[in-house]
Design a protein around this ligand. Structure first.
Ligand code: UDP
Length: 235
């Protein structure tokens, strides 16, 4: 498989077209942004760690019957994935209060929910990814009703699988963000990445943060946290 043209450069990844129909290559960068792009930096080694963790999790999910964009890991930083059209929604599932949930509703971090929650944001940088509900998403034609219903079911199932997996690694999956894409035939698949950039991971015993919050909140030990998550996943 050969890279042809660069299709897109985002904050943490580049996407290249390939000589194979329907397949693109994602290349993970060490660049990190936070706080709506206001904070920029580099997390050494992050690209390779996120690439490998995300691929591991996508394959785990595939084994459990979740359709994903994953095709094949090419090297440390690069992975071949199915070309999809991204549904412009950030789908966030939470098991424990943290981050914007705690801020918005004025509650402490660390409240374990009886049931997981789900929320959607409109993926739109100019509007700063506003929160919206399923009716808004349908009204804006971001997805149809059936797709939203399907995405919800997939999101909760993915949460269950990942939560159970991370428990075996002594990690609490606090919350995480997913993106879904459509294949040419309309099938919805899990896309983007699942990594310490897009999940909150807390050590099961100490609640030590092992994710991008260390970067967002200038806590130090950012690289160490990513490396620790790599070790927890791969043993
Ligand atoms: N998240 C993400 N990208 C975003 C916003 C959030 O990957 O643009 C992830 C984040 O890492 C966390 C979860 O989604 O695991 C919930 O984030 P939250 O809404 O609490 O926002 P934050 O506090 O990160 O601004």
């Amino acid at each position: 498989m050969k890279k042809t043209v660069e299709l897109y450069e985002g904050k943490a990844k580049k996407v290249f077209d390939t000589d194979i129909e329907g397949v693109v290559i994602v290349s993970y960068k060490d660049d990190a942004t936070a706080l709506d792009g206001l904070k920029k930096g580099t997390i050494m080694g992050k690209g390779a760690i996120n690439n490998r963790i995300s691929n591991y999790l996508m394959q785990l999910l595939e084994k459990e019957g979740i359709p994903t964009h994953f095709v094949r890991e090419l090297n440390d930083r690069e992975t071949a994935v199915k070309k999809v059209s991204i549904v412009p929604l950030e789908v966030i599932v939470r098991n424990i209060s943290a981050g914007s949930f705690s801020k918005r509703y004025g509650v402490e971090e660390g409240i374990v929910f009886e049931e997981p929650t789900i929320e959607f944001s409109y993926k739109n940088d100019a509007l700063h990814d506003p929160l919206l509900n399923a009716y808004h998403a349908v009204a804006l034609d971001l997805a149809d009703k059936t797709e939203i219903q399907h995405i919800k079911l997939l999101a909760f199932r993915i949460n269950y699988i990942l939560k159970e997996f991370f428990k075996t690694r002594n990690i609490k999956l606090v919350d995480f963000k997913m993106e879904f894409g459509r294949l040419p035939d309309g099938t919805i698949v899990l896309a983007d990445e699942i990594s310490p950039d897009t999940c909150r991971f807390w050590d099961y015993d100490t609640n030590q943060k092992l994710d991008k919050d260390r970067f967002r909140r200038d806590m130090g030990g950012v690289e160490d946290a990513y490396e620790e998550m790599y070790r927890r996943v791969f043993g």
